[in-house]
Design a protein around this ligand. Sequence first.
Ligand code: HEC
Length: 298
Amino acid sequence: MIGKIVKTSVAVLIGASVAYAGSFNTQAEKDRQALVKYMEKKFSDPAKNKQFFPYATPEDFKNLRKGVKFEEFRLGSYAYDKIGRAQYNDINEMPPYEDNIDAGEELYNKTKGIKQCFPDPAIAGEYPKFDDKKGKVVTLSVAIDDCLKANGQKPWKLTKGKMADLEAYFAHMSKEAGKKVHITIPSKAAAAAYERGKKNYYSQRGYLKLSCATCHVQGSGNRVRREFLSPLLGHTTHFPVYRLKWQGLGTLERRIKGCEKNQGENPHKPGGQWMSDMLYFMAYMSNGLPVDGPDIRK
Ligand code: HEC
């Protein structure tokens, strides 16, 4: 009898905790599905959905593709900017980042501790992670630096150089293995970090009073000077990127610093809580998309 009660209550407890664990991402999942729906609708036929493109010229509508599929959003603005996509395809015939992948592989094999910290290199789609012991979001760059420090070495810069090379190798291995972005929200504290990140993304800042969303949600597909703005959906799938403007490779942190400057703001510190929470939110929004790094951008 007692045995039976114990067994049932344990079963009930386990059942409850499973239901509970699944519920930490309820809000995030609602947000993600709404974003996917919005982007798919907007780019199903831009010329027919003019309300989303208040400043577009007839030429802009001619240049915007119709029927953009979910998986194509990993391509940023090249998902719908026809001219940009053609230039992108040309550059990709001789990808300028191949040496970076090789350099990253060498760093993976030769840097003390790295292989032990990351036995499987196909992990680009799993970061940022929420670390419940540390009570904070850990981006891939921060995880790499934590590993270096634990092995008595100097941490690397989070924005370029060795960090970008090693991340290029991780991204390449993930892409080869067919991995998708897979961000989890394992606890209440993780859900709170996600919410903070979302708030950071949508808050208007700097003297221009712009939010990231102004340009990359509502603004996606609209043109700023000669560039079509890319969508939040897919933003974290393809980093690090080789930018023609940089003539080199940079991490997601580096890219965002640049956007914050354009936004009229002092950039937040890469690796700090503000930026890491925001990256956690951004990466969750790309859940289910294929990992597609490293890549090239103008
Ligand atoms: C004034 C408009 C504007 C604002 C505000 C803005 N960006 Fe951008 N962002 C751009 C432009 C222009 C580009 C280059 C073209 C493109 O890919 O959209 C870009 C590119 C990016 C990219 C690279 C896209 C890719 O495909 O690789 C990321 C990531 C990004 N922005 C994130 C952010 C984040 C995060 C914020 C808020 C902190 C932000 N942006 C705020 C205009 C903006």
